[in-house]
Design a protein around this ligand. Structure first.
Ligand code: UDP
Length: 417
């Protein structure tokens, strides 16, 4: 188990001291995070690191997960797609399932949630829990990780009304904020530089971890790590790879993905990708288990070119993960990727397979640029996207929520005198 002190080696001792000062104001505060999966996807990735660190700082933080039947996940996946702009069906039956699943989960979690001082509800899946908690004591915050810049209106219209009673909401980017009657905070996500996915690995260990995939050590590798989700555009990556293959015939492609327990569409997308790959022996489609962190770490280090060619992206932790390993990333010009990829500096922003292929060719031909941009990418992550910055923003936000009213009262008393 890591402690906050361990992060001094990466982020600096002053950063750790600052976290302790903020946490001193929050001793014994009870916090609950609620999402819909412990495995797979960026939210679970973040919570499994943030929650223990809050505990280490003396805050009573817990992580709860709502559970549902297949129809519930089908509905919330439709919401996810809808909020990111895809027109989706909204059948009465699925909406009732969504509402009933939230109500039954509320019964399971009632005692924990009613007593909590602050509750963070992640994404739309558990959004309706608040409706079933009229006796709640704490402040409830909706933390939306989705690219909400251009939602499909009927979905947002339905969900928005359930966000209105929240004390505040948190988005990853200003572009995602909406017209809401409460405070909106902007907090981009982060990676943990010390966990198995991001820690340093020797080149021998990278080789050993990549050995099962039988990649040719002499030939370049293009990589995308992502759930099999259409917004991640795996088929677009395959098209880019084919274009690259025309001038760099030796190039190999790895598409590494796994399932998230709250994503029912993964299998269908995987089938599309396999069809598109057409049994090309240089295309490696890897279905990784949820505990493959070291493998992902090694693949990101082994890769010559890292892509994240999403067409919509709430943030894209995989981008930060690769940048932390000194790789410039070729990323889709969308959502949270724009926050990380500073075009021509920490990577390239692209809008088509042709663009991705062009930038891949450039990087394959300019190893000196790869090194220069990769160095900038790593330092950019150190400044902006490490878990210590994320934790500091959460702590500041909690201090503001808990002490905000008190401060205001003091100011008014002073003015009256
Ligand atoms: N990931 C993983 N195994 C996979 C695919 C992805 O562990 O097979 C991880 C990936 O390394 C990253 C997270 O899942 O930490 C995905 O987060 P991101 O923000 O990139 O996308 P999301 O899945 O949340 O849309």
């Amino acid at each position: 188990m890591r402690s906050v002190q361990d992060y001094a080696s990466v982020a600096g001792q002053d950063v750790v001291e600052h976290l302790r000062q903020l946490a001193a104001l929050l001793q014994g505060v009870r916090i609950v995070h609620v999402n819909s999966t412990r495995l797979g996807g960026g939210v679970a990735e973040i919570l499994r690191e943030l929650v223990p660190l809050k505990n280490d700082l003396g805050i009573d933080a817990r992580w709860e997960v709502v559970k549902g039947e297949e129809a519930f996940y089908q509905c919330t996946k439709n919401f996810h797609n809808g909020l990111q702009g895809t027109p989706v069906p909204m059948s009465e039956h699925l909406l009732r399932t969504y509402e009933e699943t939230n109500a039954s989960n509320a019964e399971e979690l009632r005692s924990v949630l009613e007593e909590a001082d602050i509750v963070f509800i992640h994404d739309p899946q558990p959004l309706l829990l608040l409706q079933s908690m009229p006796n709640r004591k704490g402040k409830w915050i909706w933390r939306c990780h989705i690219d909400l810049s251009r939602p499909y209106r009927p979905v947002w219209k339905y969900l928005r009304k359930f966000t209105l009673d929240y004390e505040a909401s948190i988005f990853s980017l200003a572009d995602f904020s909406q017209s809401l009657p409460h405070t909106q905070f902007l907090v981009p996500p982060s990676i943990d530089p010390l966990n198995e996915k991001n820690m340093d690995l020797s080149s021998e260990r990278v080789e050993e971890l990549c050995a099962p995939f039988k990649l040719d050590a002499q030939r370049p590798v293009m990589l995308q790590v992502s759930r099999f989700d259409r917004f991640k555009d795996p088929c677009g990556v395959l098209r880019a790879y084919r274009l690259v293959k025309a001038f760099a015939p030796g190039v190999q492609l790895v598409l590494a993905g796994g399932a998230a327990t709250d994503d029912p569409e993964g299998e269908a997308v995987l089938e599309e990708v396999r069809f598109e790959a057409d049994a090309d022996p240089d295309v490696h489609i890897l279905l990784l288990p949820p505990d493959a962190d070291l493998t992902i770490n090694a693949l990101q280090r082994r890769a010559d070119i890292v892509l994240q060619k999403s067409v919509k992206e709430g943030f894209g932790l995989t981008v930060t993960e690769a940048m932390w390993k000194g790789k410039p990333v070729i990323g889709g010009d969308t959502g949270g990727i724009r926050l990380q990829v500073v075009n021509h500096h920490t990577g390239f922003l692209v809008s088509s397979p042709e663009g991705a292929a062009l930038r891949t060719r450039y990087l394959l031909q300019h190893p000196d640029k790869v090194q220069e941009m990769g160095h900038k990418a790593k330092e950019f992550v150190r400044e902006n996207f490490l878990i210590t910055r994320h934790l500091r923003e959460y702590l500041s936000l909690m201090v503001a929520l808990i002490y905000g009213d008190e401060e205001r009262i003091k100011v008014e008393m002073h003015v009256n005198r």
